[in-house]
Structures are given as structure tokens and as C-alpha cells.
Design a protein. Sequence first.
Length: 301
Amino acid sequence: MESTGGPYLNTAAVTSPVGIARLLQMTFGCTTFSLVAHQGGFSAAYGTFCMFVWTFCFAITVFIIACEFTHLHSCLSLSWGNFTAAFAMLATLMSVTAAVIYPLYFVQVGCYPIGCEVRDFRIAASVFAGLLFVTYASEVFLTRAKPGQVTSYMATVSGLLKIVQAFVACIIFGALVNDSQYGKYVATQWCVAVYSFCFVVTVVVVAFSVTGKTALLWFPFERSVVIYTFGAVLLYASAAVIWPVFCFDSKYGSPRRPGLCAKGKCSWDSQLVIAIFTYVNLLLYVLDLAYSQRIRFVSHL
């Protein structure tokens, strides 16, 4: 039979620098959760989160490699460049979190009481978890937008920052539900509304970019994103002022950590985490606004 098209398999998907990085991601991810499942072990919410991160990232990476190697991604109703760039950034954030959490909670120097074999497996899993983070960070570095290059929005600094903003918001939500007492004042409830609104809109922006539906919108997507980012800066600036005042001012809260506050179950600790990551996200939105002035959106990528 005579072929009328190009080659059926895309060998560049596994031989290019990005392809090699993805093969290493698949290898390190499989090795990490296999070591943990076989002998290292995990428990509680922290361990479950780490296992979810490694298995989820492994599954999506295998999916990406398979689609690019067989050209199946051309059959999907996705903006493939935006999808892979967004996932690489998300996987980088998730894998570095797991690479810190697992050794922090499960690795120890001595053998007692878990035994030397279990300890060694946990150390090995931690090493491969660190290597997994490096490979995902390498993909982000390799696929990021270069000056003057026409590329997918999610590969730009502004697009990558959207993923980080949403990830930081998830950390804030985690601290909010951990007895943060945000319902005590209307002002702190306003802050929660700010976090929720900005998170939802950021996710919507990412979703439209990944699905490639921005060209179907009846309003100019690029201008709306810039306007939203400016609004998010103002909203987060208000939260960055209000939250510390109503949590750490002596009139409303406590400027110092209460002495009888149990570790891991202290509302003051949750409030401090929220305050810190509020400033982190404020900085991210400011950087996003600055970079969004320098990019031009291309909807068909």
C-alpha cells in the first residue's frame, strides 16, 4: 500500500530534548511510586497526596508521549501546545511539593522503629522524587516562550504564572479549611471571596487556552485577560491589607502565636500561611500584569 501522508510515528517525540525529558519523567515517576508502594510505605493525608501526585503525573506523561508518538493529539479537541505547557508547569509544582513532603514526614536517619530496609526504600524514593521534579522543571525550561517566538499562550511567562497562581490559591484554600476562623469577621470573608473569585477566573482562562476555544468568544480574550489581571492585583492588594489586620492586630486577633496552640491544629498558624501566600499571589499577579503587556495572543496554537 502506498502511503499518501507522512510517517505514522513521530520519533521526535522520544528523541528530541523534550521527548527525552518526558521519558525520564515516566521512568522516575514509575520508580518513585513503585518504591513507595513496594516497601517504603505511606500513610495519612500527606502520604496519599504524594502517591496521587506521582501516579497522576506518570499517567498524564504516558498519555502525552503516546499521543505525540502516534500523532493522536491531532485528533483531540485541545490546543496541544497549551495543554502540554500547562501540565508541565502544574507537574513541576506538584512534584516539588511531594519531593519536600515525603522525606519531611517519612524519612528518618535511624532504622528504629520502621527497620533499615524500609528506611532505605524511603530514601531512594525521595531521591527519585527529586529527580522527577528536575525533569519536569527541565521541560518547562525547554518549552518556555523565547523572545520573538510565536508560541502557545500557556508557554509564555504570563501563561505559566496562571498555573502558579491557581496552585498557590489551592494552598490558601487548604489553610482556610484548617480552622482558620475566616468566618469571624465580614472583612476576612471578603478575603475568601477574593481568593475564590480570582481562582475561578484564572482556571477559566487556563481552560479556554487549553481547549483552544478563545477564538470562539464574542469578546477579545487577550484584552479581557489583561483587564482581569489588573483587577486581580487590586483585589489581592485589598486582601493583603485586610487579612493581616483582622488576624494579627491585637484589636481583632493575636499578633503572636498563642502558647497553648497545638502544632498542626492552630488557627493562628493557618492564618499566617494564608497571609504569606496572599503576598506571594499578589506578587505573581503583579508580575503577570507586567509580562502580559509584552505578549501577543495567537488563538490557533
